[in-house]
Design a protein around this ligand. Structure first.
Ligand SMILES: Nc1ncnc2c1ncn2[C@@H]1O[C@H](COP(=O)(O)OP(=O)(O)OP(=O)(O)O)[C@@H](O)[C@H]1O
Ligand SMILES: [Mg+2]
Length: 219
């Protein structure tokens, strides 16, 4: 599904963040990206999600090359962002609507999905993340952990084939952590591909079937 070959990445053309990374992830795999602070985990996930592109080397998604030149209006570009969902390290970066329910409905609305189906997905995702009580609240006024649950709900409302999550347990309490561990297990069991960066040995042990260390490739 995801195929990186000899990928290097430099921020602003000079700060080296990834050095010669080769990584293949099959459909249905659950992969933990590990390594010390600053080794390039977030950079790698942003690349997989098509937010940035390799400075050298290639990124292929299901056989299609993902490059800066991939035009946004192609069928591939449109389906790519529906198929790969991304939960950011900082949940603030992805919440901007007036209410939690509008925030969750935003993605499906962009896809012109039926309003009745959108309502069903919003209700399901609110239940799944245990945030029904937050439905009318403004996302910007939530706590860090609440925001993270909303960010997960937003991504799952799109029913992506692959979930890419950066530090998925950050700012969650014990109940929130357990919820994410169980959610990942369920998604993995349902055949979804999961790629996540984490320092949590517990999450890695519970859900990863492959552990990829960026450390070895950087510097
Ligand atoms: N926008 C940016 N501009 C310039 N350099 C950056 C930028 N973002 C990250 N870097 C640098 O790229 C390297 C990799 O950063 P990255 O955020 O991918 O690390 P990380 O493994 O996710 O770290 P953490 O565990 O702290 O989240 C670091 O040296 C960082 O300073
Ligand atoms: Mg990071």
């Amino acid at each position: 599904m995801f195929d990186l070959k000899n990928v290097s990445y430099f921020y602003e053309g000079k700060v080296k963040a990834l050095d010669d990374v080769t990584l293949h992830i099959d459909r249905g795999q659950s992969v933990a990206i590990v390594g010390a602070n600053g080794c390039g985990k977030t950079t790698l996930l942003r690349l997989l999600n098509g937010l940035i592109f390799p400075s050298s080397g290639t990124y292929t998604f299901d056989g299609d090359l993902v490059t800066r030149e991939t035009p946004a209006n192609t069928k591939f570009a449109k389906t790519f962002h529906r198929r790969v969902g991304f939960v950011f390290q900082n949940a603030d970066a992805q919440l901007f609507c007036g209410s939690v329910e509008d925030e969750i409905a935003f993605g499906p609305r962009q896809l012109n999905i039926d309003e009745s189906e959108i309502r069903r997905r919003v209700d399901d995702c609110l239940e799944l993340l245990d945030i029904v009580h937050l439905r009318q609240r403004a996302p910007y006024a939530l706590s860090g952990g609440e925001k993270r649950r909303v960010a997960f709900a937003c991504v799952l409302a799109l029913n992506p084939d692959a979930l890419v999550a950066d530090e998925p347990l950050a700012s969650l309490d014990a109940a929130g952590k357990k919820l994410v561990v169980d959610l990942f297990k369920a998604l993995h069991g349902a055949g979804k591909t999961i790629v996540f960066a984490s320092h949590s040995e517990e999450l890695i042990a519970e859900v990863a079937d492959l552990r990829f260390s960026v450390e070895a490739s950087a510097q």
